[in-house]
Ligand binder design. Sequence first.
Ligand code: NAP
Ligand code: F7E
Length: 334
Amino acid sequence: MKKALITGITGQDGSYLADFLLNKGYQVWGIIRRSSSFHTGRIDHLYRDLHEEPQLRLVYGDLTDGSNLSAIVNEIRPDEIYNLGAQSHVRVSFDMPIFTVDTDALGTLRLLEAVRSSDKAVKFYQASSSEMYGKATEVPQTEMTPFYPRSPYGCAKVYSFWQTVNYREAYNLFVCNGILFNHESPRRGETFVTRKITMAATRIKCGLQSKLYLGNLDAKRDWGYAGDYVEAMWLMLQQDKPDDYVVATGESHSVREFVAEVFAYLDMDWQKYVEIDPRYFRPSEVDLLQGDASKARKVLGWKPKVTFKELARIMTDADMGIAEREKILKDHGR
Ligand code: NAP
Ligand code: F7E
């Protein structure tokens, strides 16, 4: 049985990847951070679904602690490592640049060092990001497009990208970068724009909230579905040779279009409810991201399955369920 180790297993992608790998018959190990309260909500269903010996195992660790990472890699001896752990919020990275770089840049280096010094050949996936293109020099962006990051987060991801390439070339390791464009789901963190919109719109529909405050409605993103994207991560590590791949839908939509799609689906006029709050603007913005995933399509045989419209509806339906439950509790005075 193959063993996979996932950093960031409590996050959106970590939870979908754990679902995916357990279904493939892997034993999955996840690194979780110590917290004063439980934060395993996205993977709790995996414990409930498992009847026999649990194939999902969690260990405490942190990307800021290199000795701990080495000890975990040496002890578990995984076949594959997926480095998904990160301070992943671009706006927050302007408020916490040092922590973001420590985790998202040096954290990758610490893990690569653990891989390099392991006596077992380990395949390694690095969660690189379309944010590396930032003020993009061409549209659409491919594996050859130069990077121009626009945030501490983007800069940290560029660092990790190149360290991953360098460890591949210098030490002949099987390490890959997935350059993933934005991907969303009902498990998306609540402060990312798509989820913020679907949560607010459904709560407004249920009479639980009256306004939605947003920042830049003109920014355009290439939004896909997280469940589709974790398959691409796995496929990269199943190839004969390690390489870097763009993973994207090829379509770009503005924040305004996403808002309009969700509110129209709920039969509401978004302009009555959405207000602009300058607090949500960024010191430097990424205006337009649109990926060209031709290489992933050709080499990995990967393609996205969920469309923009379907994504907006999947997320809205899930959040409507949550809002309706909240409304019932409120009506019963709980
Ligand atoms: P997410 O939901 O924010 O999850 C981030 C995960 O990283 C969480 O499990 C978090 O743990 C963990 N983490 C944060 N700081 C850590 C540290 N110091 N040590 C160990 N773990 C730490 O992010 P996501 O959307 O799943 O994204 C997964 C990865 O893909 C990230 O690296 C992100 O930067 C990258 N990425 C995401 C997208 C996207 O559109 N989603 C696109 C391109 C690349 P806690 O639960 O304890 O906070
Ligand atoms: O912002 C605009 C905002 O925070 C998208 C991360 O997963 O994808 C994500 O980064 C756009 C930006 O995602 C609000 O200015 C307007 O232009 O949902 P977001 P992101 O910054 O694109 C990349 C690929 C990653 O790698 C990251 O880890 O929406 N926007 N109003 C807003 N954004 C937020 N969060 N909140 C607003 O109120």
